[in-house]
Design a protein around this ligand. Structure first.
Ligand code: MG
Length: 245
């Protein structure tokens, strides 16, 4: 009888706890997600690696017109041979702002590695200027797990180390859902899913209000720019595009 009474009161509590945990672990899909009987629109995927026809191309090898500089209106990165390279004058912010999106970036750390730990080929891809997927040469280079290559910096280590050798081109494919403020003031967490060189390294990891430490931007907002970090190491980028989700 005592057990029965206890269990009866536990059911609603368990249901509420389950709802809270479920909301945290499984952010809701975008409001415009297609219905089961709705025919999906056609998208021309373009060449392997993209950009697809519906992508916003931020860098196609020609110029930096889609970016502004971190410390100057004009971006200072070097563009040569279809590739852009960090310079010590600060990172790049995309002029366009994004919320939920899919991002493709190709990058390469210096072919002759210099430094160690966080000082070796450090850069980063920041969603909304706040949440960093770390770029770092982690081929034969150790650092703390939630700061290594492919980490959601300061939050989540990658599932595996999928780094190629220094100087070789690598890819990130990132699915980002932004955290959102609900009408009742609570925050619905977003999420990161990331493939590094085609390998799953972040699997639907929650993204809350807390930005990456020392991110150039912070605070919960509706949208924000893509930011590519200058961390004092010459890291190259090419083929950068974004699809709004
Ligand atoms: Mg970094």
């Amino acid at each position: 009888m005592i057990f029965h009474r206890h269990f009866r009161h536990s059911v609603p509590l368990l249901a509420v706890a389950g709802l809270i945990l479920g909301t945290w672990a499984c952010p809701l899909p975008a409001a415009d997600a297609p219905k089961p009987d709705q025919e999906p629109p056609v998208v021309d995927p373009g060449p392997v690696g993209g950009p697809p026809a519906d992508a916003i191309v931020l860098f196609d090898g020609k110029d930096l017109t889609q970016f502004r500089g971190e410390r100057s209106p004009e971006p200072k990165w070097k563009v040569e041979g279809g590739v852009m390279e960090t310079t010590p004058g600060g990172g790049l912010f995309s002029k366009e702002e994004f919320t939920d999106c899919q991002v493709h970036v190709e990058w390469a750390s210096p072919s002759v590695p210099k430094g160690s730990g966080q000082g070796r080929g450090n850069s980063g891809v920041y969603l909304m200027g706040r949440y960093e997927i770390q770029v770092l040469d982690c081929h034969s280079n150790k650092t703390y797990p939630n700061g290594q290559c492919g980490a959601f910096y300061g939050h989540s280590a990658p599932l595996v180390n999928a780094c190629r050798k220094p100087g070789e081109w690598q890819s990130y494919d990132i699915i980002f859902r932004a955290p959102k403020k609900l009408p009742d003031g609570k925050v619905q967490p977003g999420s990161f899913t990331v493939l590094h060189n085609g390998i799953l390294i972040q699997d639907h990891i929650p993204v809350g209000e807390k930005s990456t430490a020392a991110a150039p931007l912070s605070g919960l907002v509706e949208k924000g720019p893509l930011y590519l970090q200058d961390h004092g190491n010459p890291v190259r980028y090419r083929n950068v595009w974004v699809r709004r989700l």
